[in-house]
Write a protein that binds this ligand. Structure first.
Ligand code: HAM
Length: 420
């Protein structure tokens, strides 16, 4: 039996990978403009990090983690997301002591969740995310959201919807929590066993349940916005004002709760409204997590960020028919005819590459015509044709493959012609 790729993963082959590179480069460029610096953390972490960070009652921790014991008996997990690792690293590396506050970071790399694979949902996917730690200024919330929108705009996406909510501070959440318990308690036996367990531990999670989504109590559940205290309300209003001042459109949706436990205050998602995008329309999700660093054993530090997957971004680009203009042409293809010419082409190829030209030659012992075909397939601008006889007289033929024009050129002048 042949071995196949694991379910929920994909190979990204040449031809497709250029899209990824383009997106990654654009993301890095935008981070430079907004002054976020790259951080790289391990692909696996102690399992406890996610249990404490993401939350015991979340689907991610309960059902979706790739956890294992290593040979030393340590409990480890392939990271399902990046924020908990950033909070750990921020604490461990004492970044709170840096004079540059807030600490603004970005990351790009694979995450792992044991989910049911479908369009836009993978078991290994690549997230690009940013995190700003150390500031409780609503302007940084707005900046983080603006950065995500600007990345999508730069890549050519237009059909986007930004959805915003506030989950309030601790005090607001406690009163909301109590209201939720009262609301669901009388009929909790009509809900799934997960929700029954969530009622006392974390009733907000019920609102995020995929199984009980259509239960009538879901639609009538008390809205967090009615439980925000004055401070939380004002914070949320200022975030909205700043977004409006940047001409970023949004809608407020009080049912947006997010699937991870660390959030408070601002929560947001960006959806694709492109036709034919598929069932899962969320491209990007994020929010504020003021207690997370403390939970990791660090000083009480506020934070906000988001993550988006490249897989869903590419899907949105396809749904909006955005094509990247992908220059895969090369400067020249060397066609060598005869043994001496072939030998010579080895060093010529290397010389040209050292000078910064993208060049290729034949390694398959092709006939002349087939070599021209290969040059065409690679989109070569020029063919450099070397024969044994020409070599003795120190000239080669250079053919412009677009115009068909051909000229005899002294070997020493090849670079000059290619430069034009
Ligand atoms: P999340 O909502 O779990 O948040 O994931 C963020 C984004 O990752 C989603 O909007 C989606 O684009 C992508 N994503 C999630 N699961 C999959 C999957 N199975 N296949 C493909 N794409 C997926 C977080 O991960 C938080 N750490 C975001 C954050 C950062 N909050 C604050 N800072």
């Amino acid at each position: 039996m042949t071995i196949q790729i694991p379910r929920g993963t994909q190979d990204i082959l040449p031809g497709e990978v250029e899209k990824w590179q383009w997106i990654e480069e654009t993301a890095k460029k935008i981070c430079r403009l907004y002054q976020y610096q790259e951080i790289r953390t391990p692909i696996f972490e102690q399992t406890e990090l996610f249990q404490r960070g993401v939350g015991d009652t979340t689907d991610i921790v309960q059902k979706e983690m790739y956890s294992f014991q290593d040979r030393g008996g340590r409990d480890l997990t392939l990271r399902p997301e990046g924020t908990a690792s950033i909070a750990r690293s921020f604490t461990e590396n004492k970044m709170f002591g840096s004079p540059n506050q807030p600490v603004k970071l970005y990351y790009l790399g694979p995450m792992f969740r044991y989910e049911r694979p479908q369009s836009g949902r993978y078991r290994q996917f690549v997230q690009f995310g940013v995190e700003a730690l150390g500031s409780m200024d609503p302007a940084i919330d707005a900046e983080v959201i603006a950065l995500a929108m600007e990345l999508y705009r730069n890549l050519g996406l237009k059909r986007l919807k930004l959805v915003l909510n506030s989950l309030g501070d601790r005090e607001s959440r406690i009163s909301h929590r109590n209201a939720l318990i009262q609301h669901f308690q009388p009929r909790i036996n009509e809900f799934c066993s997960d929700c029954q367990a969530r009622l006392e531990k974390n009733p907000l999670r019920i609102l995020d349940c995929k199984k009980d989504r259509d239960h009538e109590l879901m639609g009538t559940a008390p809205s967090i916005l009615n439980f925000l205290n004055e401070e939380s309300t004002e914070y949320f209003q200022r975030v909205q004002q700043y977004l409006a001042s940047m001409n970023i459109e949004f809608v407020v949706d009080p049912t947006l709760v997010r699937g991870l436990d660390y959030y408070n205050h601002t929560a947001f998602e960006i959806m694709s409204e492109a036709e034919g995008f598929g069932a899962i329309t969320t491209l990007c999700g994020g929010g504020r997590y003021n207690g997370l660093v403390k939970e990791m054993g660090g000083p009480d530090t506020p934070g906000i960020g988001f993550a988006l997957s490249i897989e869903r971004l590419i899907q949105a680009l396809e749904a909006e028919s955005v094509s990247l203009d992908n220059d895969r042409t090369i400067d020249a293809y060397i066609i060598a005819l005869g043994e001496k010419a072939k030998d010579y082409s080895v060093s010529l190829l290397e010389d040209l590459r050292r000078e910064g030209f993208s060049v290729e030659r034949d390694y398959m012992d092709r006939k002349l015509k087939a070599q021209f075909k290969a040059a065409e397939r690679l989109g070569a601008h020029y063919a450099v044709i070397i024969g044994d006889d020409e070599l003795t007289s120190g000239v080669v033929a250079i053919k412009n493959l677009a115009t068909g024009e051909q000229q005899e050129v002294p070997v020493k002048k090849i670079q000059e012609v290619l430069s034009n």
